[in-house]
Design a protein around this ligand. Structure first.
Ligand code: PLP
Length: 403
């Protein structure tokens, strides 16, 4: 084993971030105060109080949507949104073959068939140009997810589907308040979803929302969720914790985006001399599309010299929250569960090459971002020693990406 002082932590060196990734969710005085207030006014334990109403109104304003239905999770939000679009048993729902697993399961939960469409080779977002060939008379809806900071071409998708009766569900769970081609993410779809799960940018441990401008969709959501009580409820305590986070979201989104631009520069010219294009963000913001980063998605091109699973394992040892991306849906489900509308080579590539950097470090400062680059650089410099270490381990590294 190398005795170089810059040895990777996996091989016994000092970790780049000895304390590990920054904790999430945060512990902040303003969060404590918000929760105390919900305790003081008694609403924390009540069915009804002021907080859910306030949050729904704040989301209506921030997202510029007429109707907001708060829910118990993002997964429930997606299922409800599909129902509200009229998806039923034996319908088909198009989605990217590289998407959040829950979206696929939500389609199945309605008895409908997920129809997998390949992704764009650069952003790994739904390839809208393939949608026409995937449509059949049974197609009822398309799920468009903005993942890992990348965005679906919503203008083209909505133009394509105009007048066809096929609904668009815009999944903004990972991109709250991103700007997508001049509109707030969620503003293109017939219906949009948000998640407030424990790792998300707006978090209450659990929770979600469905948003729409269309009264018929809002009416169907109400009919399905209101059963004398709310069948998929958010609690007052969750809403109380979310309100002050929503107020801070625009400013924090800007700070995270600045961090990503800093990283984009440094990762392109690493001190470790790695090949150009070895770690490239999946998406480049433009004047009318500003990205929001829940996870910064990176394309990893160094797998032939350093397997991705070994890189992420070494990164974890460095104290960096750098992991493999999602599993592609056709790689993890039996083929009788879905129909593949197109060949899926780019989704396979995404399955194999995406890395994601979890967001909390992006709210820190250049020294912390520098630790990410330095950690990756030292791992790359010592790739041979790492491979040697790996070959000595029984079974080799876990190459299956973490979800
Ligand atoms: C997190 C997420 C969801 C829903 O997640 P929950 O954990 O159920 O709140 C849906 N779609 C995407 C893209 C997500 O990232």
């Amino acid at each position: 084993m190398s005795a170089a002082p810059n040895r990777p932590a996996l091989l016994g060196g000092q970790p780049s971030r000895p304390a590990g990734p920054p904790p999430w969710p945060r512990s902040e005085p303003w969060l404590t105060e918000a929760l105390h207030e919900a305790i003081r006014d008694g609403s924390w334990g009540r069915y009804h109080g002021p907080w859910c109403g306030r949050l729904a109104e704040a989301l209506r304003q921030a997202m510029q949507r007429e109707h907001v239905q708060l829910t118990c999770s993002g997964t429930a939000a997606v299922e409800l949104a599909l129902r509200a679009l009229g998806v039923r048993a034996d319908d088909e729902v198009l989605l990217s073959a590289y998407d959040f697993k829950g979206n696929f399961q939500d389609v199945l939960a309605l008895g409908a068939t997920p129809v997998l469409v390949d992704v764009c080779p650069d952003t790994f977002a739904l390839d809208v140009s393939l949608v026409p060939s995937a449509l059949t008379p049974r197609t009822k809806a398309v799920i468009a997810s903005h993942l890992h900071g990348a965005q679906v071409d919503m203008r083209r998708l909505t133009e394509l589907l105009r007048g066809t009766g096929v609904g668009v569900l815009e999944d903004a769970c990972q991109a709250p308040l991103a700007t997508v081609q001049g509109r707030i993410a969620g503003g293109w779809g017939d219906v949009a979803t948000l998640s407030f799960g424990g790792s998300k940018l707006l978090t209450a441990g659990r929770g979600g929302a469905v948003l729409t401008n269309q009264p018929e969709i809002a009416q169907r959501l109400r009919l399905y969720t209101q059963r004398g009580n709310d069948a998929f409820p958010m609690s007052e305590m969750q809403a109380a914790a979310l309100l002050p986070q929503l107020a801070r979201l625009p400013e924090e989104n800007v700070r995270r985006a600045e961090a990503v631009e800093w990283l984009r520069q440094r990762l392109a010219h690493s001190p470790a001399d790695w090949p150009s294009g070895m770690l490239t963000p999946l998406f480049t913001p433009t004047t009318d599309s500003t990205a929001v980063y829940y996870k910064l998605g990176l394309r990893y091109a160094g797998g032939a010299e350093l397997p991705r699973g070994l890189l992420t394992r070494a990164a974890r040892a460095e104290g960096l929250a750098l992991d493999g991306g999602l599993r592609a849906l056709h790689k993890t489900h039996a083929s009788r569960r879905y129909r593949a509308a197109t060949p899926l080579p780019c989704a396979t590539l995404a399955d194999e090459t995406v890395l994601t950097l979890h967001h909390p470090v992006l709210l820190e400062s250049p020294p912390a971002w520098g630790q990410v680059v330095a950690g990756c650089a030292r791992i790359w410099q010592h790739r041979e020693a790492l491979r040697e270490w790996w070959s000595q381990q029984t079974g080799g590294p876990d190459t299956s990406p973490e979800i």
